[in-house]
Design a protein around this ligand. Structure first.
Ligand code: ADP
Length: 354
C-alpha cells in the first residue's frame, strides 16, 4: 500500500495518524443530538429479534473465549437502527466505539489514523461502507484479518514495506446496499445481517419510549397512528413524534392523540400509509407517463429529478415493502394496490390479477 510517494510526506502521515487519534469526521458513540432516545441496551433496542439473538450468542461466546467479537456487517435502508445497534453492542460488550463513515476516509491517512488509534477490543463503526475507496479497502483487509497494516514508503523503485501492528478490534460496517460491497470486503465479515422493517406494534413501542424520554404526552392510539405512518422506520417515527407534539401543543391540549396525529400528518402531506409527496409523485409519474411501467430506474430518476441512489435507498425499499411497486427484469412496475391507494383504477384485468 503506497500512502505517499516520498518518505518525508509519508512519515508525516504516520506521525499525524499517531497523534491525531480522532479525525474531526469521527465521532464517539455518544452523539449529543439524540443521546437520550438512542437505545443503549438490547432490552431497550426494540425489534430485530433474530439479529439480537444471534448477536447475544456471539457476544457471550467472545466473552467466554476472551477474544474480540467477529467483524459484523449490517445492511438495510436508512434509519432502521444500524448505528444504534453498533452502540448497543459496544455498551453490552463494555468496549469503546468510534463512529465514522466511508466518505470521511477518503485519504489513506484517514483510515490508517483511525486504525492506529483504536484501543484493544474497540469497535470501529464505518457507515456507508460500500463507499470505501479501493485503497482504503486494501488497508482494511490485513487490519481485519491479522490486525496489522502494511505501509509502503518511498518511490516506486525503492518501495519499502513496513508492517505496523494495531490493536485487536471489531469492525462493524453498515450499508444500505450489501450488493455494492466488493466480494473480498464482504467475505471478511464474520456476521452479515439484514435489518428488517419494523412492525406497527414495534414502532408504537419505540414511539412511546421516545415520547417518555422527550416528555411528550401521547396516548396509545396516537402512538399507533404515528407508527402506521412512519414507513416502518424508527428514525421517521422519532421525527414524526416531535412534529405531532408541536401540533398537540399549538392546536390541541398538549396530548398527542389519534386526531392530532391525523391533522399533523395531513399538514405534512403524509398519508395513511406513510407516503409523502415524493413517493406519490413517483407512483404517479410511473402511472401517467409510463402506463404503470415497467420503467427503468434511470428514466425514473430523470423524470422525478432525484438521483438514482436516493430512489433506490430511500423511496423504493418502502414502496416495495408496501407492495406498491414490483421489480421486474424490465424495470419497476406499479401494482394494483398502488392504484387503489391513489384512488385510481388499475388499467386492465390482467394487472389486477397479480
Ligand atoms: P441507521 O444507522 O440504520 O441509519 P440509526 O441507528 O441512526 O439508523 O437509527 C435511527 C434512529 O432510530 C435512532 O435515533 C434511534 O433512536 C432510533 N432507533 C433505531 N432502531 C431502533 C430500535 N430498534 N429501537 C428503538 N429505537 C431505534
Amino acid at each position: 500500500m503506497i500512502i505517499s510517494d516520498d518518505e518525508p510526506k509519508n512519515k508525516q502521515a504516520i506521525k499525524q495518524a499517531r497523534t491525531e487519534n480522532l479525525r474531526p469526521e469521527t465521532v464517539e458513540y455518544d452523539t449529543s443530538f439524540e443521546t437520550n432516545i438512542r437505545p443503549k441496551t438490547f432490552d431497550t433496542y426494540i425489534g430485530q429479534e433474530a439479529l439480537k439473538n444471534t448477536l447475544k450468542i456471539s457476544i457471550e461466546a467472545s466473552k467466554m473465549r476472551n477474544v474480540t467479537l467477529d467483524h459484523l456487517l449490517f445492511y438495510g435502508p436508512p434509519g432502521l437502527g444500524k448505528t444504534t445497534l453498533a452502540g448497543v453492542i459496544a455498551n453490552e460488550t463494555g468496549v469503546p466505539i468510534k463512529i465514522t463513515s466511508a466518505p470521511a476516509l477518503e485519504r489513506p491517512r484517514d483510515i490508517i489514523g483511525i486504525l492506529m488509534s483504536l484501543k484493544e477490543g474497540e469497535i470501529l463503526f464505518i457507515d456507508e461502507i460500500h463507499r470505501l475507496n479501493k485503497i482504503a479497502e486494501e488497508i482494511l483487509y490485513p487490519a481485519m484479518e491479522d490486525f496489522f497494516i502494511d505501509i509502503n514508503t518511498g518511490k516506486s523503485q525503492t518501495v519499502k514495506s513496513m508492517r505496523v501492528p494495531i490493536k485487536k478490534f471489531t469492525l462493524i460496517g453498515a450499508t444500505t446496499k450489501a450488493g455494492a460491497l466488493s466480494g473480498p470486503l464482504r467475505d471478511r465479515f464474520g456476521i452479515v445481517h439484514r435489518l428488517e422493517f419494523y412492525t406497527d406494534s414495534e414502532l408504537a413501542k419505540i414511539i412511546k419510549r421516545s415520547a417518555g424520554i422527550l416528555n411528550i404526552n401521547i396516548d396509545d392510539e396516537g402512538a399507533l397512528k404515528i407508527a402506521t405512518s412512519s414507513r416502518a422506520t424508527p428514525r421517521i417515527a422519532n421525527r414524526l413524534i416531535k412534529r405531532c407534539a408541536d401540533w398537540a401543543i399549538v392546536k390541541g391540549e398538549g396530548v398527542v392523540t389519534a386526531d392530532i396525529v391525523t391533522s399533523a400528518l395531513e399538514a405534512l402531506n403524509i398519508d395513511s400509509s406513510g407516503l409523502d409527496n415524493t413517493d406519490r409523485h413517483l407512483l404517479e409519474i410511473m402511472i401517467k407517463n409510463y402506463s404503470g411501467g415497467p420503467v427503468g430506474i434511470q428514466t425514473l430518476a430523470v423524470a422525478l429529478g432525484e438521483d438514482i441512489r436516493t430512489i433506490e435507498d430511500v423511496y423504493e425499499p418502502y414502496l416495495l415493502q408496501k407492495g406498491f411497486i414490483q421489480r421486474t427484469s424490465q424495470g419497476r412496475k406499479v401494482t394494483p394496490l398502488a392504484y387503489k391507494h391513489l384512488g385510481l383504477i388499475a388499467p386492465n384485468a390482467q394487472m389486477s390479477l397479480f
